[in-house]
Design a protein around this ligand. Structure first.
Ligand code: GRF
Length: 200
């Protein structure tokens, strides 16, 4: 059975989707820790409800970004799971941390990468006028939302959509995509070949 640590900064609905799939027995894994940078994150409540230890590394309590990054990386090394899942973790990992856990850290992004990286991806999609949008689960590398893509799911964009209506439509797909990618990883069904990911 694989061990998982989840990083989340907020609401944690993606975190919950993974918890639920594990609980119902579709994923052969155990979540051994939640790490959050935000002491007010609703994700903490979800962890407590599921009996998962939550570790708060409060970004605002550090003097500098470097000190925060060192502390985060240290905690991640100590927990040392088979897989890190970034589920709404809203900070860019520093290059050292990203490099350290390469090939065993995945992220969910609410856009069809490589389009619309970074924050407010759904708003970027609306502003650009694209007709389809979606979400991407990918490995984390040293760049921003740039690692090998595991899977993507697509939704239509309607003329009257705003950021919120599109985000809601995409979120439903995120809740399918992220647990599915975790399931594939945990059953050794993923092979990385350069930029490309093969689903075995
Ligand atoms: C999701 O849209 C995720 O893709 C993005 O932030 C949002 C987090 O939602 N990175 P939640 O905390 O999982 O509910």
């Amino acid at each position: 059975m694989k061990s998982i640590a989840v990083l989340a900064s907020g609401r944690g609905s993606n975190f919950q989707a993974v918890i639920d799939k594990i609980t119902e027995g579709s994923i052969n894994a155990e979540i051994i820790c939640l790490i959050t940078d935000n002491p007010d994150a609703y994700s903490i409540k979800r962890a407590v409800n599921a009996g998962i230890p939550a570790k708060v590394i409060d970004y605002r309590s550090f003097k500098s970004r470097d000190e925060y990054n060192i502390s985060l990386c240290q905690a991640m090394k100590e927990i040392n799971p088979d897989l890190f899942v970034l589920a709404g973790y809203m900070r860019l990992l520093d290059k050292k941390t990203a490099g350290e856990f390469k090939d065993r850290m995945i992220n969910i992004h609410p856009a069809l990468l490589p389009s619309f990286t970074g924050l407010h991806a759904q708003r970027q999609a609306i502003d650009y006028g694209v007709k389809i949008a979606g979400c991407t689960v990918h490995f984390v590398d040293e760049g921003m939302d740039s690692g090998p893509i595991i899977l993507q799911r697509v939704v239509p964009v309607y003329f009257d959509d705003d950021e919120d209506t599109l985000a809601e439509r995409i979120l439903k797909e995120e809740h399918i995509a992220l647990p599915e990618a975790v399931r594939l990883f945990c059953s050794d069904k993923i092979k990385i070949n350069g930029k490309k990911v093969k689903i075995l």
